[in-house]
Design a protein around this ligand. Structure first.
Ligand code: ZN
Length: 261
């Protein structure tokens, strides 16, 4: 199989402005997520990072054209992401690029765009325990995970999670406070595969967790583009149709033509 080119995109704001976050992630969350992938790596995964602060957020047309799977972490600065870059990512997903959205990325412009809903949740920051149950042990994203795994301290996300019904449910979380949440969900948009994975609040060392890293590593392989890089619904004019047919019945007409209704 050809090389899998993964870009980890980080907003990289909390790491610079919050002492606690800077202590946990001195090189930024995106770097730690990338290191987690490289550590498991195996053959054929090529990882790089991009951040909000770079020109075009590090996601030029050229860069995206050379990206198979994009990982997205954002929180405070969703509004600062350029709409042109969002358009570009959406187009690339429809063509077949995989997208992994982490934690507070549920409110990112690109995730809301692709879901078409508010993507709202309920939440509480109390450092409580989260237990992530595997819904389908046969799913490739759950490979190597036991019946469940736990994170000792997390921010809670609860239902309702305002997203379209996932096409596949990989994890469901239970929290110490009693809430539950669909914490690992899959969709397809066009030719692209999308995976949302809940853990990852910036004030906890969650991206160092072995199970979290395993899930992200599984997910990038699951989201690998399949087939051709083409628009899923190309707009092909009639002159390019394989069969030429004589016009029968009323002539093709357009607004302004005589008889157009
Ligand atoms: Zn959070």
């Amino acid at each position: 199989m050809s090389q899998l080119r993964v870009v980890v995109w980080g907003e990289n704001v909390h790491e610079k402005e919050n002492e606690l976050v800077a202590e946990i992630y001195p090189k930024g969350m995106h770097t730690v997520i990338a290191e987690g992938l490289e550590e498991r790596g195996g053959d054929g995964i090529e990882v790089s990072t991009a951040t909000l602060q770079e020109p075009e957020h590090g996601l030029t047309e050229e860069r995206l054209d050379a990206t198979d799977v994009l990982i997205w972490w954002g929180h405070r600065a969703h509004g600062q992401v350029d709409d042109e870059v969002v358009d570009r990512i959406q187009k690339r997903v429809l063509q077949g690029m995989g997208l992994i959205v982490l934690h507070s990325g549920h409110y990112s412009k690109i995730f809301k765009r692709l879901m078409g809903t508010t993507c709202s949740i309920t939440w509480r920051e109390a450092g409580e325990k989260e237990r992530l149950w595997v819904c389908n042990p046969g799913h490739p994203i759950a490979a190597g995970i036991d019946r469940y795994f736990e994170l000792p301290n997390t921010e809670m996300y609860g239902e309702p999670f305002a997203v379209p019904a996932p096409e596949e449910q990989v994890f469901v979380s239970w929290f110490e406070g009693g809430e539950v949440f669909r914490s690992g969900c899959c969709w397809r948009r066009g030719n692209g595969k999308i995976f949302y994975f809940r853990p990852g609040h910036e004030t906890y060392p969650i991206f160092y967790d072995d199970n979290v890293r395993r899930v992200i590593h599984n997910a990038v392989q699951w989201a690998r583009p399949q087939g051709l890089w083409i628009d899923s619904c190309p707009n092909i004019p009639v002159e390019k149709a394989p069969e030429k047919i004589e016009e029968k019945g009323p002539k093709l007409h357009k607004p302004g033509d005589e008889g157009y209704k």
